[in-house]
Design a protein around this ligand. Structure first.
Ligand code: DP6
Length: 313
């Protein structure tokens, strides 16, 4: 009799960004990164053995080359059977809210349990990374780093240790036209700012680690905004240019800058999409929510805390 296994993983938002790869086969980033795992948003993935590999996302059957390739890589190593994958995201898929991060983390976690593969969390992060590098970080809750030479993610601060809030302002629910993988390939090939971006990344990463260790919010804010804007700079200077922001994204950036200048503990970040993520302390959360609600409307605000590990349910 065939039984099913279900896992949940949360997306994450990078403070120090990964943008660019140094090894395509192993999917190794060219920059180290640091992220926060998000509570509330989640990917729930159920797998069951079947005659073929099939993939259903939000009840729609899809043909996803990246997921199929990921399955064959694992199959080569472990001999797992073919499966039906059913995935539900409780947030828009492919619109810059890191659905591939939580997606591959949930899938790797479900496979590990279902086929009794016996991988540790650290090994699972290496496996998930091959599907999508940001998903290596979604294996863990808290604040998470991903750096060489092992390129295994690890939790550097558990949830609850530094009670930050992540307030997301959804400025669009559309799927992005150019995926992160495609976008970063174009950036590496064409942006004149790509080399300086890679060169400065390690220092930003190291400085950010010490800001987190000291719970220095101002320093974390400076470094995170700088990493985001440097990444956006490489995107804008890519040919053809990658413009993921929309006018509402920019309006939110200005609103957050204004609050920060007025002394509120808040900063912004964005990824390969138009959604704004405002990171703040709990004391600032009410004002940040109010200000961003005025721009995107209260139904487009998602107020998250720091989320936990990927897990079996
Ligand atoms: C902008 O992890 O989605 O969100 O490894 O090709 O699947 P692949 O890329 P992905 O890229 C994430 C890029 C980012 C920044 C980040 O999360 O660090």
């Amino acid at each position: 009799m065939s039984y099913s296994t279900t896992a949940i993983a949360h997306p994450n938002v990078a403070l120090i960004k990964y943008w660019g790869k140094s090894n395509l086969t192993e999917n190794i980033p060219s920059t180290p990164s640091i992220s926060i795992t998000l509570s509330k948003l989640e990917t729930k993935t159920t797998i069951v053995e079947d005659d073929f590999d099939t993939i259903w996302i939000n009840q729609k059957k899809i043909n996803d080359e990246k997921i199929l390739r990921f399955l064959s890589q694992i199959r080569e190593k472990t001999g797992i059977a073919t499966i039906k994958i059913e995935t539900e995201n409780n947030f828009p898929t492919g619109s810059g809210l890191a659905s591939s991060a939580s997606g591959f983390a949930a899938l790797a976690t479900a496979l590990n349990q279902h086929f009794s593969l016996g991988f540790t969390q650290s090994e699972l992060s290496t496996i998930a990374r091959k599907g999508s590098a940001s998903s290596a970080r979604s294996i863990f809750g808290g604040i998470v780093s991903l750096q060489g030479p092992s390129w295994k993610a690890r939790s550097i601060e558990q949830d609850g240790e530094w009670p930050l809030r992540i307030i997301i302002a959804k400025t669009s629910s559309e799927r992005k036209e150019i995926s992160s993988s495609e976008g970063m390939k174009l950036t590496r090939e064409t942006s004149p700012f790509y080399q300086p971006w890679v060169k400065e990344a390690q220092k930003d990463f190291d400085d950010c680690l010490s800001a987190i260790k000291n719970q220095d919010f101002e320093k974390l804010a400076d470094l995170s905004e700088k990493s985001c804007l440097k990444m956006i700079g490489t995107m804008l200077s890519t040919s053809p240019s990658l413009i993921y922001w929309n006018p509402t994204t920019l309006a939110c950036v200005h609103a957050i800058k204004k609050m920060r200048t007025a002394g509120k503990a808040v900063f912004f970040t964005t990824d390969a999409g138009p959604q704004i993520k405002a990171i703040c302390t709990s004391e600032s959360a009410e004002e940040v929510t109010k200000s961003l609600s005025n721009i995107v409307g209260p139904t487009n605000i998602i107020d998250c805390e720091i989320g936990g590990d990927a897990r079996i349910v």
